[in-house]
Design a protein around this ligand. Structure first.
Ligand code: PHE
Length: 451
């Protein structure tokens, strides 16, 4: 049978911590530091934050465990992993389309991700050389007004991503994240302390955490859920692909809890680092995608040694982005190379080229195309983001939950999860079978038929 053909192996992670580091590298990225604060800012703050936390706990974490269970059981790229486990569970191999939708989502996300990450690269140099020459909102306006500038940095970032993925992920990325993730953590703590001392901390905490649900609409729900999927990197096979390289003696549940907690912590810390500064300088919390660039640059503008700390911050932000972007490319590359269709290098080159071309549209949405609307009143970048974060990822996650909850053989699941408290296992299964799928379905339903 076709499924028995020999698929190329990708090797596995070396070392006890490498999976957690790589998976956290995938999860922690622009979504946490760039996306979370500005989305919280444009969606009324605390209501968004609380719904986001609920989505992480009730939908995100159970789905993350499911993805790793499938990935590690099969040891293949998501397309073949879904197909193989479906066949082993005596159900239709059409489940492989969940893997395909993941590859599509990965390419689409990578296309705009690389444009934003390119702005981070650009800011390394801006914060080192032109601090204080211009106000930080003007500086951001200048950066995004030039299509050539955005495309230049988009190209550089995409080349980095393609190079790392084509080299294979084991040695390079494993080693890289071990040093850089702790550094990112330390820097975040420094920025939080700076903001606490120099910013309007009380107002920021109120803005982020005081429960106020008066402004919640169906769109807030969808955005918060989309952000939870995006931030954990779920619903498109990244974590499933990484799970395939995980050693059998590692515990899936505790690893997932570590990754999800770390990811959530970084997002919250980013909010606590940014909003006090925003309020102290009377900037608007709802200013959109420029938030992190404007607020951080204005902080570096004022602080002593800002021209050293600034570049360091943007270097780390770029690296956080890079450790995520490689995981966006990996599912597609793993598929093409394990099938022997193209070498790993050629696959990485080809898929990143497609993402690069699509990214041009996102770069133009900041300037030449800013008036073109694609999906309702969204520009090109926002439309791609809407399709991926708010539709493809949640739907992908929903199908993964349905597959594991209702179709995958329980003996296979138990094999992978290993020794676990039966109550905890029952709880997880309950969330996967009922809560996660209905949660996603309801939120999407209300998006199209708002109440
Ligand atoms: N989680 C990453 C971030 O927050 C982005 C990502 C999405 C990575 C989907 C992998 C899969 O920036």
């Amino acid at each position: 049978m076709e499924i028995n053909k020999q698929l190329k192996s990708h090797g596995s992670w070396i070392g006890k911590w490498t999976f957690v580091l790589a998976a956290s590298g995938s999860a922690v990225g622009l979504g946490n530091i760039w996306g979370f604060p500005y989305k919280a800012g444009t969606n009324g703050g605390s209501a968004f934050v609380l719904i986001y936390l609920a989505c992480i706990l009730m939908i995100g974490l159970p789905i993350m465990i499911s993805e790793i269970v499938i990935g590690r059981r099969a040891g293949n790229s998501p397309v073949n992993a879904m197909r193989r486990i479906a066949i082993d569970s005596n159900t239709t191999s059409l489940w492989r389309f969940v893997g395909w939708s993941g590859i599509l989502a990965g390419v689409l996300i990578l296309s705009f991700y690389s444009v934003i990450a390119g702005i981070c690269l650009n800011y390394i140099f801006i914060s080192a050389t032109s601090l204080g020459l211009m106000s930080s909102p003007d500086q951001f306006a200048k950066v995004i007004s030039s299509p050539f500038n955005l495309l230049f940095w988009h190209t550089i970032f995409m080349i980095f991503t393609a190079l790392i993925v084509s080299a294979g992920i084991k040695d390079g990325i494993g080693r890289m994240v071990k040093i850089l993730m702790p550094m990112l953590g330390l820097l975040m703590i420094f920025m939080v302390m700076y903001a606490m001392i120099n910013g309007d901390f009380d107002k920021a905490i109120k803005f982020l955490f005081a429960p106020d649900f008066s402004n919640v609409t169906s769109d807030t729900l969808l955005q918060a859920m989309g952000q939870a999927f995006f931030s954990l990197g779920l619903g498109m096979g990244s974590i499933m692909a990484y799970g395939a390289y995980m050693a059998k003696d590692q515990d899936i549940v505790s690893n997932s809890v570590s990754v999800a907690s770390l990811d959530t912590m970084v997002a919250i810390l980013a909010g606590i680092a940014i909003f006090p500064i925003i309020f102290a300088f009377n900037l608007e919390p709802n200013s959109g995608p420029g938030l992190v660039f404007v607020s951080m640059l204005s902080a570096f503008n004022q602080m002593q040694f800002g021209q050293f700390i600034g570049p360091l911050f943007f270097v780390l932000l770029s690296i956080a982005a890079l450790s995520s972007s490689i995981s966006l490319l990996e599912p597609g590359v793993a598929y093409l190379s394990e099938e022997g269709i193209l070498s790993r290098r050629k696959s990485a080159g080809m898929i990143s080229l497609i993402a690069w071309i699509l990214g041009i549209g996102s770069a133009l949405s900041f300037n030449a195309w800013s008036d073109f609307k694609f999906i309702s009143d969204r520009n090109f970048l926002d439309s791609i983001e809407f399709i991926t974060n708010q539709l493809l990822l949640p739907l992908g996650g929903m199908f993964i939950a349905i597959f594991v909850g209702w179709f995958m053989k329980k003996s296979l699941i138990k094999d992978e999860i290993g020794e676990i408290n039966p109550i905890l296992f029952g709880l997880w299964l309950f969330f996967i079978k009922y809560i996660a799928p209905t949660g996603v379905a309801l939120v999407i339903f209300f998006q199209f038929f708002p109440i």
